[in-house]
Design a protein around this ligand. Sequence first.
Ligand code: NAD
Ligand code: DAU
Length: 353
Amino acid sequence: MTIFVTGGAGFIGSNFVLDWLAHSSEPLVNLDVLTYAGNLENLATVDFDSRHIFVKGDIGDTEMVARLLAEHQPRAVINFAAESHVDRSIHGPEAFIQTNIVGTFHLLEAVRAYCGQLAAEAQKAFRLLHVSTDEVYGSLDKDDPAFSENNRYEPNSPYSASKAASDHLVRAYHHTYGLPVLTTNCSNNYGPYHFPEKLIPLCIHNALADKALPIYGDGQQIRDWLYVKDHCSAIRRVLEAGRLGETYNIGGWSEKPNLEVVTTLCTILDELIPRADGKNYAEQITYVTDRPGHDRRYAIDASKVELELGWKPAETFETGIRKTVQWYLDNQAWVANVTSGAYREWLGKQYGA
Ligand code: NAD
Ligand code: DAU
């Protein structure tokens, strides 16, 4: 048996590939077009593992995806491939529409054709798991209950709107064509191989480079943080036992205001690698112009996946964030490679000189 993963060279996808090969003997085909966010260095440790079959290609290329599915006969497809950064979606939404909506549509078409010609037994076992985000539910007020699977979709950014559209397409392919789908909506991930355009790796990188730690607006926006390996274990569990056509919210019950996240990072860095001048890293915190349309609060109610499937995160924010800081300190060569060239252009565009 084989599974087929898309976007497996990105942050969550590559963590998933590494964890899958560590937990299972089942081979994995990894289709990734290698945008700026895709990095084969993340997968260096499985370079010579014959169970990992990497293919460079686009989920929007229906013919190629069809060929790969026919060749490898996977029992499941897990779709991580996406444009994922909200700020980039504000500067240039088109790539988000193209990959997250049109690309998902083409992938669904290829998977529908493949699934349709499987023998009855294989068809019954087949699953398409679509990896999505809590951002599709919009923004919560301070005292609102956390997002459950029954919340209305109210996406506010081009990124979240494109993910919402892809979720709707997945849902429609289940209802209309009976495609055996599962959808997961997860909160903010952090951990190894996180591209340093996102808050946590950006602030670790900037702190060590003696640069500003940019806080949008008042820094009181709340995100619900989950260690990436816990997201991967949830996806494995939903794939194994999730009910067809259902959506599962994944989260770590770990809401934090952004400012608290960044000061926590600073405190850990003060302890592990004190600044040469004896000052605290928190002195590098700088308030900058807010993100347009910035969602105030996300929070995930993860009771369904916990009660129905018995999944629970292994890490708390405190243990996960410490591991993450240590990972970045131990992997400065990885950081140096991904922050060369085009990365600098992005910083100029987003934060100015
Ligand atoms: P990422 O940007 O780090 O990685 C995305 C990967 O997809 C990259 O390797 C990229 O090369 C690949 N890709 C992009 N367009 C492609 C295409 N057309 N065909 C094939 N591959 C393509 O993203 P991530 O943070 O790892 O997120 C993975 C998925 O999880 C996304 O669908 C995202 O919406 C979702 N998600 C992310 C988070 C988070 O906190 N990062 C939380 C919840 C859900
Ligand atoms: O909620 C899940 C989502 O989490 C995923 O679907 C997205 O793919 C992922 O990128 C992430 O989106 P966010 O916009 O929440 O993540 P980001 O790291 O960009 O920002 C986290 C918070 O920090 C957010 O409130 C904006 C703020 N921020 C971000 C950056 C990059 C800052 O204050 N300063 C910054 O420089």
